[in-house]
Design a protein around this ligand. Sequence first.
Ligand code: NDP
Length: 264
Amino acid sequence: MNWLMSAEVYNTILIGSFVYAAFILVGAFLSRAPYGRFGAEGRGLSLSPRLGWFLMELPATLSFLWFYLHGKNAGELVPMIFLGVWLIHYANRGFLFPLFMRVAKGSKGTFGLLVVVAGWLVTTLHGYLNAVFISHLSSHLTADWLTDPRFLIGMAIYVFGFVMNVHSDAIIRNLRSKAEVESGERVYRIPQGGLFRYVTNPSYFTELLSFTGFAIATWSPGALFVLFVSAANLVPRAFQVHQWYLKKFDDYPAERKVLIPWIL
Ligand code: NDP
């Protein structure tokens, strides 16, 4: 596997990844990824959302760990800080988020198997492109980096984005009572409070904010790829979700923007 750690191979895979992400962007504008509110229950090959999310996100943790541990700087302080950030981020997205999500009891799968399989390539690349850069190819992630404005500003943005993402996901989760979930009802309500006062999709906004912060803090092309591919998925979906709310609820707050408070 050593050949995968060389700068030449890394750069080639990086370019290929950006091209792939551009296709994802086009695809996401042309169609709606079949999961959640846009996943038809039991149609085609689909999994329960809990299993789907867990399986799709798993390679991000495994591939990051594998490549990180093979890097020559794996034992250095700054790379280890980013290892910690990565593990906490994906412990939330890949393990806690699916574990706590409220799925109507007895409902059939809504998470398309195709979404999982397409996601595997992306989440494996997430781990590879970030871990190889952080623990092997970068030369700036020394102890001096801890006082660099890019690290300080990037981490501040990351932490704000991550905390508000967890908060926004929690507001959404609590829209369904446990009793409703037990009864097998799949109810949707208008979310209120927090960043939902300003936008329909605060989870997407803060996800993109946290990856922006991570890209600045690591100053890594791999993190830029994660940001780009996440935007390719989430920006088109944010518009689709906004339209869905407008159609479903007559009393949907007219002042809410789609994704970015006061702007978009
Ligand atoms: P959603 O908010 O659409 O769904 C999350 C959960 O909340 C699901 O269980 C869903 O149920 C439920 N839910 C959603 N809306 C309502 C509502 N109005 N009333 C009641 N329950 C509701 O988010 P996503 O699944 O698209 O995303 C989840 C997280 O993952 C976000 O933080 C997002 O940023 C992140 N993400 C990141 C991506 C990336 O590329 N980095 C890609 C996709 C997501 P149901 O399934 O029944 O609809």
